[in-house]
Write a protein that binds this ligand. Structure first.
Ligand code: URA
Length: 184
């Protein structure tokens, strides 16, 4: 039987499967529409997310909110989460064993939400979901289909804040996502 949201959130709250939970303020399971057609997956919580227990609420999150609005959606219509649910120290990339320890929670989120399209925000999300061969500058904008679910790797909003010239490509990717969602 499928896990319930309550049990999943309880398991995440109690999780000590890797060292990331030491010294955090809050677990950040993810949030949004639990039946969304569109899911966004980032890397891991930053300082603001750790303080609030909510995914993508800092500067990168505010840009993500604008990107979602530009697509014609609201954050409440989509589901937003991360590869790891605890903030890595100094925002470092999650280690492979940390990402692997957290993956069952993400898998449970997939199976509960059942999105049609998943946007992978940045190299860490794309590599952990699609494989280590992914290079975000080369592979962004290219659809990958797995078991009827469509994955779109694109730039992480934090990368767009660092380098505005990437925004045009990211917007192309998000327009392709909207078109895919509107396909019959
Ligand atoms: N960056 C991420 O990858 N995830 C967040 O939740 C916030 C910033």
């Amino acid at each position: 039987m499928e896990i319930s949201w309550d049990l999943l959130h309880q398991q995440i709250a109690q999780c000590e499967k890797c060292g990331l939970c030491r010294g955090i303020h809050h677990k950040v399971p993810g949030q949004g529409n639990s039946n969304a057609d569109l899911m966004f997956i980032g890397e891991g919580p930053g300082a603001d997310e750790d303080l609030q227990g909510l995914a993508f609420v800092g500067a990168a999150g505010q840009l993500l909110t604008k990107m979602i609005a530009a697509m014609g959606y609201t954050r409440e219509q989509v589901y937003i989460c991360n590869i790891v649910k605890c903030r890595p120290p100094r925002n470092r990339e999650p280690l492979p064993d940390e990402a692997a320890a957290c993956m069952p929670y993400l898998r449970a989120q997939f199976s509960l939400v059942r999105p049609k399209v998943i946007v992978l925000l940045g190299a860490t999300a794309a590599k952990n979901i699609l494989g280590d061969h992914i290079r975000i500058t080369r592979d962004r904008g290219k659809w990958v289909e797995k078991k009827g679910v469509w994955f779109m790797p694109t730039y992480h909003p934090a990368a767009l804040l660092r380098d505005e010239s990437k925004k045009r490509d990211a917007w192309q990717d998000l327009k392709a996502v909207k078109a895919k969602l509107e396909e019959e």
